[in-house]
Each structure stands twice: as C-alpha cells, then as structure tokens.
Design a protein around this ligand. Structure first.
Ligand SMILES: Cc1cc2nc3c(=O)[nH]c(=O)nc-3n(C[C@H](O)[C@H](O)[C@H](O)COP(=O)(O)OP(=O)(O)OC[C@H]3O[C@@H](n4cnc5c(N)ncnc54)[C@H](O)[C@@H]3O)c2cc1C
Length: 441
C-alpha cells in the first residue's frame, strides 16, 4: 500500500487529489492537507474586489466533496517537511508520513519585499491585493470607502517589482473602471494610474503575446488611465507610493512618489515557508526545483506543480519580472505528476511530461474581456494570440461555474474540455496519453 500526500488544496492540489484517487486502487491512501478548510476559485477574486461576487459564490468547504471520493482531508497548515523521515509536521503538532509527497502550496505573497505594502501594513490607506478571497474582500471595503468621499484621491492599480502574475492587475483595473461607470462615479476619480514593473503595457511577464501591447494600451488610454512602466516601487507610506523609474537600458532615471486613496498592487511571489526551508529542495526564492517529470532531483519521492515550482523568467527586464504560471499549465503539470507516481507505484520509471509550456488566460473587463494563448511560453511560439470581445466576459463566467462544479464533483478533465484544447493543439501531456483512464490494481 502507498500513501500519497498532497500539500495545498488550490487550483493544482484539488485536481491532483482527484486524479490521484482516480488512478490508484483503494488499497492505496490519498490524503489532502491544506491550511484552510475551504477551496477558493482564485480567478474570481478580482470580481470580489468590486463586489460583483460574494465570497459564498466562489468558496466551498472541501471535506464533504473529498470524503465522497475516499480522500482524507486535513485542514491544517504544514509547518515542517522532513524528507529524510518522509514526514510533514502540521500546525497542531501532528505528523503525517508519506510515501509520495505532492507539493502544490502555490505562492507566498512577498509583501516584505516592498516595505509598507500589502493589506496588513497598518496604514489607513495602504496597498491592497486580490490574491486571496480575504484580501479581495478587504480591497472592496477600501474601494467603497474611497467612493464615499466627495473628492476622492487617485486610484493606483498595478504590479510590484518581481511580480509574475500581471493578467489579474489589468483585469482588476478594467473591472474597477467598468464598475465606476456602472455606479456613475467615473468622473469623480480625477486620476487613475496603472503602475507596473513591466517594460511596456501588455508585456505580461511573457515578452508580450500577439497584439497585447497595442490592445491593452488602447483600452487603458480610452478609459483615461495614466500608465507608468519600468517602475520599481520601493516603499509604501500611508496613501503614498514611492517609486523609481528605469530606462529601457536599465538605468535609474527618476525617483518620485504618487498619492492614492485606493490602491491594489499585485506583489511578487515566493515559496511558502515550510517548503522553502527544506534543504536543497528549492531555488533561492523558495520555489521547488523539478525535473521534466515534475519530480525533485534531490528527493525522488517529492513531486510538485503550480505556482510553487521554479521556472525561469521569459526574458530579463530593466525592473525584475517573472513568468506567469496559469491554470491550464498547472493542470498539465498535475496530470504528468499523478501519472508518474502511478508508474512508480507499479514499479515503472516515471515517463510523463507535461505538454508544451503554455500560458492561456481569460481576463474579464466588465462587459468585454481579453484572452491570450502563448504556446509555448518561450519565443518563438507556435501560437501567439491575444484577442478581445464580449465572448471572453461570458467565457470567464462559464469557466468559473464549470471549474467550481468540476471541483465539487471530483472530476478533473471532462471530455469536451479535452476536445477543445486538442483542437487548438494543446495537450496536458507531451505523449498525449490518457493517463487518467488506467487504474493501478
Ligand atoms: C488574482 C488572481 C487571478 C488569477 N486568474 C487566473 C486566471 O484567470 N486564469 C489562469 O489561468 N490563472 C490565473 N491565475 C494564476 C493561477 O492560475 C492561480 O494563482 C492558481 O490559483 C495557482 O494555483 P496553485 O495550486 O499553484 O496555488 P493556489 O491555488 O494558491 O493553492 C495553494 C494552496 O496551498 C495552500 N497552502 C499554502 N501553504 C500551505 C501550507 N504551509 N500548508 C498547507 N497548505 C498550504 C493554500 O492555502 C492554497 O489552498 C490567477 C492568479 C491570481 C493571484
């Protein structure tokens, strides 16, 4: 009997638990450990940040759903991983022993990289985040507070130095603008700034995708947004952001500050403590180093997927930026690693690799939206496409309902999703094997 433990029940961890359970016979044990008892659909957090979604619409209790699938769920934070002993120590002091560990702990939010930033800074007017549902709720409170004012201070939305997930910054800027229009409050906001570490609008940590620069610049310009690129935010004081500007060549050419009444700045990501502390498991930022089979070269019974793994930036930029890890890429890593663990349990060598590195994203913009496909993530690309239109708005809503339903039902890849992506030439696995169809006896 093998015991597979999955650490972190997010976009990567939940499908990993379901897919692992589907592949293994019931003499094998699957345990999912996560610090919160609930799953949150992270891509909907921008909507929570403008009050277009209630928490209850995008969050659900995990245990009743995993119980039905014979997956043990433990709602505890992992404090320590000891690979020599194959154990994970939890916040309540309990220890869980594993044969295989899957790390899907997502990002820790590096607010400490920019002093005074983040929702827990203690400032009356500090910078917010929409990375978690708790943060998005706090952002919404602060936004409403700004709207109460007769003469509101500027709004600043954007991304901090070292950020890698830029799509949600654009998405949030656009839906805040759409929400202001809806409320008839757009004219009240005299200044709206987009401040980003990217070298140009639409870079997205990917060196641009299709016409992303042109489309996003046009969109923000038409809404009266002042854009600032190559910005290194160095400090946040109460209602004030201190920034340095860099030239294309990487020279610092200006230092200044921007006042704000409401701000959301996506932080840089790093690895979570319990994972980052394990000797030789991670890179200096605490992201798990994996080989092409999603396996740690140092600890062969540890696999990892999602935002918590180490990938190189697509290119060097004057202010540091990282490459995004998006949902479909994460699910592909998961499919590869569960297949590999299954192989190992059967006494075979792991051979599955995720399909081509890709970035696929849908970003809502209120009534319209923007979508991109970068395949592969690194240039030259086979597919390099950025599009916009009301269909993206509706697709994003449909995707939200579909993914949440999928996670409640405990299935990971229904047929039509597979078909659509295969038509676009995108497969979760390099070899295109239907890994989830064969059980271990
Ligand atoms: C606001 C936002 C919007 C996004 N929108 C999109 C989108 O539209 N499309 C797209 O493709 N991608 C999107 N992404 C990128 C990416 O798909 C998500 O970040 C995704 O949730 C990452 O999945 P993950 O499993 O790696 O991490 P997460 O989903 O963050 O899951 C990590 C889990 O691990 C748990 N955990 C962490 N530390 C511990 C510990 N020590 N012990 C126990 N549990 C722990 C966390 O509580 C969490 O449940 C978005 C990202 C953000 C931040």
């Amino acid at each position: 009997m093998a015991h597979v433990v999955i650490l972190g029940a997010g976009t990567g961890g939940m499908p990993a638990a379901y897919e692992m359970r589907e592949l293994l016979g019931h003499q094998h044990q699957v345990t999912l450990i996560s610090e919160n008892p609930y799953f949150q659909f992270v891509p909907s957090n921008p909507w929570v940040g403008v009050g277009w979604r209630e928490r209850s619409q995008i969050v659900f209790e995990i245990e009743p759903h995993t119980r039905r699938k014979d997956i043990e769920f433990i709602a505890q934070r992992a404090e320590k991983i000891e690979p020599e002993k194959n154990t994970v120590t939890l916040a309540n002091g309990n220890t869980v022993t594993y044969d295989y560990l899957i790390i899907t702990t997502g990002p820790a939010l590096a607010f400490d990289a920019v002093p005074g930033s983040g929702p827990h800074s203690g400032h009356k007017h500090g910078t917010h985040s929409i990375c978690t549902v708790d943060h998005a709720e706090k952002a919404y409170e602060s936004y409403l507070h700004l709207l109460d004012s007769d003469n509101p201070d500027p709004i600043i939305i954007g991304a901090m130095p070292g950020a890698s997930c830029f799509g949600p910054a654009y998405e949030y800027a656009m839906i805040v603008l759409a929400d202001l229009e809806k409320r008839g409050a757009r004219k009240k906001i005299k200044e709206f700034h987009f401040i980003t570490s990217e070298p140009y609008i639409g870079h997205l940590g990917l060196g641009g995708v299709g016409d992303s620069q042109e489309i996003l610049t046009r969109g923000l310009t038409s809404m009266g947004v002042q854009m600032h690129t190559n910005m290194n935010t160095t400090k946040v004081d109460d209602g004030k952001m201190l920034c340095e500007h860099f030239t294309e060549k990487g020279d610092k050419d200006a230092v200044g500050s921007h006042n704000f009444g409401f701000s959301m700045m996506l932080p840089a990501f790093k690895g979570v403590d319990a994972v980052a502390k394990v000797p030789d498991l991670c890179n200096p930022k605490g992201f798990v180093i994996v080989d092409k089979h999603q396996r740690s070269p140092k600890y062969p019974n540890i696999y990892s997927a999602g935002v918590c793994i180490a990938i190189p930036p697509v290119e060097a930029t004057p202010v540091p930026t990282g490459a995004p890890k998006t949902g479909y890429m994460i699910e592909s890593m998961v499919t590869a690693l569960v297949h590999n663990i299954q192989s190992e349990i059967e006494g075979k060598s792991p051979d599955a690799e995720m399909g081509t590195w890709n970035a696929i994203c849908l970003a809502d913009m209120g009534t319209s939206g923007a979508a991109f496909v970068a395949l592969p993530q690194f240039k030259p690309r086979r597919v390099d496409w950025f599009g916009e239109g009301p269909w993206v708005h509706w697709s994003k809503i449909a995707f939200e309902k579909y993914f949440i339903a999928k996670m409640k039902a405990g299935v990971s890849e229904p047929f039509y999703e597979k078909l659509v992506f295969q038509m676009m030439g995108i497969s979760r696995l390099k070899s295109n094997e239907p890994a989830h169809l064969q059980k271990v006896g």
